[in-house]
Design a protein around this ligand. Structure first.
Ligand SMILES: *[C@@H]1O[C@H](CO)[C@@H](O)[C@H](O)[C@H]1NC(C)=O
Ligand SMILES: *[C@@H]1O[C@H](CO)[C@@H](O)[C@H](O)[C@H]1NC(C)=O
Ligand SMILES: *[C@@H]1O[C@H](CO)[C@@H](O)[C@H](O)[C@H]1NC(C)=O
Length: 425
């Protein structure tokens, strides 16, 4: 076990809803690195049975639910979830448009159902007549299996969101299309769920045939203007190749002291419960209670964080540090072997052909409106169909999936459903 003190002295502030967020100082940002077989495991938390997606959909909410094992080209076994029809509409037999929902970093399919019918996006879509699939990325609770590797083997965890984009998305999307006998589907992704759409479709523009439109909620793309204390704190050290980042596998966890400190900062309101802000997801995205379903916060906390590889965090740190949206930086020597260039190539966003919409907000401490503008300008005018800035000033990164009924319907779903209908014609 090694304790690393961050070696940087940048001090930055951001103003979010009148509160200053500071990047932790070198003394404050203490990270614990564990090498070897512990790889990835400490960011895996047990999810109690009554907080799993199958339980929530079938048992708690009484909706039809199906789950499938989908094997990727490189051997990961993913849990693909589906609400095939609506219990309200009783539309089992009729033909339905297919929609595919992809979660963000440290999350799972549960983000789209946790708040229940009439609120959560998967149900709202189901009750509007969609055939709803929910993906699960390799490494999370539902996708921690492989045809030959054990999750206790460090090799299992050698991936980041590049692989989720290149292998997991095609495997799950192809499966869904076949299962539903559909030619194409509409894609919705939150945060890293947006990132992987951008990666897949820039690397493989032919996916346009299978995705009729994409609707990205606070997508991670260029991130040079992020205000997330965790990413800003990590970027100078982990955002470039070094002796730690070049290890094939390791796990990084904030120490308790760091969690305490960042937890204080992650609370965007004086009155908030500081202990909730220490949940890794809120630690990264900030915690602001107003727009959440108050009664559901303890339920939400049971479902996150779900598993992720450390490399996913490192790759985002690199994106923050490099001010570009590029492939994983292994260090010069390995980059040359892998990419043929000493620096990793950028993802060619100009090549994306899928009509794509962005939904974003001002009170999002991870995804800044400036970065959204930069990202949109890197795409072709033909693919970039629309940018929808949420007009509620307090709307946060996690409100896109966890916002309460009033806020979700008024500030997000109204635009989103209109865009889906128009783009799906
Ligand atoms: C959802 O709304 C409908 C109609 O407004 C209502 O009948 C139903 O009970 C609500 N469901 C839940 C779980 O709140
Ligand atoms: C860190 O906090 C956790 C949870 O509160 C506790 O179980 C653990 O013992 C603490 N570790 C140290 C080194 O204090
Ligand atoms: C939802 O959030 C809005 C905005 O913060 C708030 O005014 C409203 O009371 C909340 N509604 C519920 C049902 O929690």
């Amino acid at each position: 076990m090694i304790f690393v003190k961050a070696l940087f002295s940048i001090f930055c502030c951001a103003l979010v809803c009148g509160q200053e967020i500071t990047t932790p100082s070198p003394e404050e940002l203490k990270l614990k690195l564990t090498f070897g077989v512990d790889l990835g495991l400490p960011i895996e938390y047990d999810i109690p049975e009554d907080a799993t997606t199958p339980y929530l959909v079938e048992t708690r909410d009484g909706y039809p639910f199906e789950k499938y094992d989908v094997v990727t080209e490189d051997g990961y076994i993913l849990g693909l979830h589906r609400i095939p029809y609506s219990k309200k509409l009783k539309n089992k037999r009729s033909r339905k448009p297919v929609v595919f929902l992809m979660h963000g970093l440290l999350c799972s399919s549960s983000v789209y159902v946790i708040n229940g019918p009439n609120v959560s996006l998967a149900y709202e879509l189901s009750d509007r007549g969609y055939d709803v699939y929910m993906g699960n990325a390799r490494g999370n609770t539902y996708s921690k299996r492989h045809v030959s590797l054990s999750p206790n083997d460090p090799k299992f965890w050698i991936f980041d969101w590049n692989e989720i984009a290149i292998y997991d998305l095609p495997a799950m999307i192809n499966f869904a299309l076949k299962k539903s006998k559909a030619r194409n589907l509409q894609y919705i992704g939150h945060s890293q769920g947006g990132t992987v759409h951008l990666v897949l479709n820039s690397v493989n523009p032919r996916f346009r045939r299978k995705i009729s439109s994409a609707h990205l909620l606070a997508p991670g793309c260029v991130m040079s203007n992020t205000d997330s204390p965790v990413f800003k704190g990590m970027a100078p050290i982990f955002g470039q190749p070094n002796e730690y980042a070049s290890q094939t596998g390791f796990d990084v966890q904030p120490t308790n002291e760091t969690i305490d400190l960042l937890g204080q900062q992650a609370c965007l309101q004086e009155s908030e419960d500081k202990s909730i802000c220490q949940n890794l997801v809120f630690l990264i995205t900030g915690y602001y209670t107003n727009n959440l379903v108050q009664s559901n916060i303890n339920e939400i906390l049971k479902t996150v964080p779900s598993g992720s590889s450390v490399r996913q965090l490192l790759h985002f740190s690199q994106v923050v540090q490099s001010k570009t949206f590029g492939q994983f930086n292994f260090g010069e020597e390995q980059n040359v072997q892998k990419y043929g260039t000493s620096t990793p190539p950028d993802y060619p966003l100009k090549k994306i052909k899928v009509p794509t919409y962005f939904y974003y907000s001002e009170n999002d401490i991870i995804i800044s409106t400036t970065d959204i503008d930069i990202c949109a300008s890197m795409m072709s005018r033909k693919a970039m169909k629309g940018k929808r800035l949420v007009s509620l000033k307090t709307f946060t990164h996690m409100d896109f999936v966890w916002g309460n009924k009033t806020v979700s319907r008024k500030y997000l779903y109204k635009n989103l459903f209109k865009d889906l209908r128009r783009a799906g014609r």
